[in-house]
Design a protein around this ligand. Structure first.
Ligand SMILES: O=C(O)C1=N[C@H](C(=O)O)C[C@H](O)C1
Length: 288
């Protein structure tokens, strides 16, 4: 059975003078692959996939796969045209990927029955595991608990990236036990892992990655006091990472570290100067 647990990094897509910076992406992935993370998400929300054409998306995936050093790679898939997404997933299945991370159809607000049919069609079209991505703040549509429990019966739907905003729903899914629950709301990470979540897909884990890994390990071992110390130091970093639209703060922080250029594609804009200064201070405070 595939395991979606531990800390997964939903990678940023570096740019340089308007083009995708594949060298920077390659170097990032090689570095993170040595930090103890469980895997990567390519083309997740943080990777600005809507700003990439198909050729760029394919090349990003190829770059991540070749640099991941054997770590599993999940690919983000989003859209609201069920048949087209089934074709996309079937095409992705030809790649050595660990799964697809599929968000609910955005903008058009289908019924729960429509959502069940959508995910079922995609899971039927896939040979690799499907991770549901519940993020109503971005898609405009909630995945109700009954919907998720029905989808959990599908043999290829094995996990959820949970940004659903409902601790009760998260708890019910953990107790149900059929879907591995990956926290997708970084500030909820400590609580979700304590409740029995399997891990996290956390954009903020681009920063102080080893500490996120240690946090998950310590909580798994029941070492609450040590885990708390790490968590309390990470909270301001996570807050700053999401103080402005993701991935702008993250790209500013990674640029300060010299890993990438501080560039996004329109309509996304770079972090404000004030936040850049705050990120710089946090980097100094948190650097051992
Ligand atoms: O790219 C992702 O996957 C993530 N997206 C969330 C978001 O941008 O809302 C945040 C999460 O940390 C990972």
């Amino acid at each position: 059975m595939s395991s979606f647990s531990g800390i997964w990094i939903p990678l940023v897509t570096p740019f340089n003078a308007g083009s995708v910076d594949f060298n920077a992406l390659d170097a990032l992935v090689r570095r993170y692959a040595r930090t103890g993370i469980s895997g990567f998400v390519a083309l997740g929300t943080t990777g600005e996939p809507a700003a990439l054409n198909e050729h760029e998306q394919d090349k990003v995936l190829a770059t991540v796969l070749s640099a991941a050093n054997g770590l599993p790679v999940v690919v983000g898939v989003s859209g609201n045209h069920t048949a087209q997404l089934c074709e996309r997933v079937a095409a992705l299945n030809t790649q050595p990927i660990a799964g697809v991370l599929v968000s609910a159809p955005y903008y058009i607000k289908p019924s729960q029955a429509g959502i069940i049919a959508h995910f079922t069609a995609i899971a039927d079209a896939s040979r690799v595991p499907v991770i549901l991505y519940d993020i109503p703040g971005r898609t405009g549509v909630r995945l109700e608990l009954t919907t998720l429990l029905e989808l959990a019966a599908h043999e290829r739907i094995v996990a959820i990236k949970d940004c659903g905003g409902s601790p009760e729903k998260t708890r019910s899914l953990i107790l149900d036990g059929r879907l591995q629950v990956l926290c997708g709301e970084d500030l909820d990470l400590f609580n979700v892992l304590c409740e029995g979540g399997s891990g996290a897909i956390a954009a903020s884990a681009h920063l102080f990655t080893e500490r996120f890994v240690a946090l998950a390990r310590l909580l798994g071992e029941g070492k609450l006091t040590d885990a708390r110390t790490i968590w309390h130091a990470l909270v301001p970093v996570i807050q700053a990472t999401f103080a402005e639209p993701n991935p702008a703060p993250l790209k500013a922080a990674l640029a300060q570290l010299g890993s990438i250029r501080n560039e996004l594609r329109a309509p996304m804009t770079p972090a404000s100067r004030g936040l850049e200064i705050e990120l710089q201070k946090l980097g100094r405070v948190n650097t051992p």
